[in-house]
Write a protein that binds this ligand. Structure first.
Ligand code: PMP
Length: 387
């Protein structure tokens, strides 16, 4: 079959391929420890599930308005107004089936063929995929280990041109766990105002934070008009399969985004939205408990990896990924990831799945039990000792 030409430009997220391969090995009877997939292993907290059951019984089984139920948009705006410290109008909040559609539709609505979009490298692979899909030019912004996987201002300045339309930020970051600091963001805001580009700020991990304070670019003067703020329920409330994300858009962009949604999926699942309101307005100790558990796992995995000769791993500030440097080992990271799966039953990702600057690293998700993490680190150590 001959696909449309644009399909050759659409990438993917190789975590799903590695996960499928690991599942295949498991089906053959191999013991696999999953450290590849970026989803909390906790069940969705029961009060959220119960709100969905009730909603189904109450008839929330049809279409909703495309932008989302006003009650949910209001709850999101209230929560963001508190957490981001600026007043957010519910009319600028658009609800979507997950955070990914917010990325896709933002790029579709804003970026022309030939425009340039700066994106973090290493970074979430969907950014580059969607940039290429619309025929724009992706300009990677290197994240550097010497500044805890933040960026050098000179690199950012060098990436900007008069064709720059959009800069994508992600903090706390996938895959490195890095956290942008207020002074990084102030510098970016100044450049965005000066060069008239927009920011897509992916803050999906804003609540999964162990050290420091999450600051959003949207708080800086003049940035509400230039920022698309993305967040969602997938990671915070262990709701990846429910499909619930949202964006806050500059007012003029809202109508176009909603029109894209009407064309693509009509609306987000009604009872998922009701459950989403319960998540935001209900008690938040479930989030605190999950974050405390992730922190214990982070400490265990970083300590365990650093105890292996040839591996050096920074302590990530947020998200649930470690990004160890493996350049001292006698195997390149792609081959090493395959070797660890086949030899040790450890499923993780090569850093190159996140861009050219991921070369020399592995991404290890610690969204798995402490027991599995400890066993995983031991197996990695034993396999590497054989190299
Ligand atoms: N942004 C980043 C940085 C992510 O890591 C992910 C999920 N892996 C998403 C967006 C997508 O989230 P969702 O499942 O809500 O579409």
């Amino acid at each position: 079959m001959e696909f449309a030409e644009r399909m050759s430009r659409l990438g993917t997220e190789s975590a799903f391929d590695v996960f499928a391969k690991a599942k295949q090995l498991e089906a053959q009877g191999r013991s696999i420890i999953h450290l590849e997939i970026g989803q909390p292993d906790f069940p969705t907290p029961l009060p959220i599930c119960e709100a969905a059951f009730r909603a189904m019984k109450d008839g929330y089984t049809g279409y909703t308005s495309a932008a989302g139920l006003l009650e949910l948009r209001t709850a999101i705006a209230q929560q963001l107004s508190i957490s981001r410290g600026i007043d957010i109008d519910p009319g600028t909040v658009v609800v979507a089936p997950g955070a990914k559609p917010i990325i896709f539709f933002t790029v579709m609505a804003l970026v022309n063929e030939g425009d340039e979009v700066i994106y973090p490298d290493p970074g979430f692979p969907i950014y580059e995929s969607v940039i290429n899909f619309v025929g724009a030019k992706g300009v990677p912004l290197p994240l550097r280990e010497d500044v805890e996987f933040r960026f050098h201002l000179d690199d950012l300045k060098a990436a900007i041109s008069n064709r720059t339309k959009l800069l994508i930020l992600n903090s706390p970051q996938n895959p490195t766990g890095s956290l942008l600091q207020a002074d990084d963001l102030a510098a970016i805001a100044e450049l965005a105002r000066h060069h008239h580009f927009y920011i897509l700020s992916d803050e999906i991990y804003s609540r999964i934070l162990y050290e420091g304070k999450h600051v959003s670019i949207i708080q800086f003067p003049g940035m509400k008009e230039r920022t698309i703020l993305l967040d969602g329920h997938s990671k915070t409330y262990a709701m990846t399969g429910w499909r619930l994300g949202y964006g806050v858009f500059p007012k003029p962009l809202v109508e176009g985004i909603v029109r894209l949604m009407i064309n693509a999926h009509s609306c987000t699942c009604a009872f998922t939205q009701i459950a989403g309101i319960e998540a935001l307005n209900g008690p938040q100790d479930c989030v605190d408990q999950m974050v405390a558990e992730f922190q214990r796992r982070r400490n265990a995995i970083v300590e365990g990896l650093n105890a292996i000769a040839g591996i050096h791993c920074l302590k990530p500030a947020g998200a649930f990924y470690a990004f160890p440097n493996v350049t001292q080992l006698p195997m390149k990271c792609d081959a090493l990831a395959t070797y660890l799966l086949e030899e040790a039953g450890i499923s993780l990702l090569s850093g190159t799945a996140f861009g050219r600057n991921g070369d020399g690293y592995l991404r290890v998700s610690y969204a798995n039990s402490l027991e599995n993490i400890q066993e995983g680190v031991e197996r990695i150590g034993r396999a590497i000792a054989k190299l």
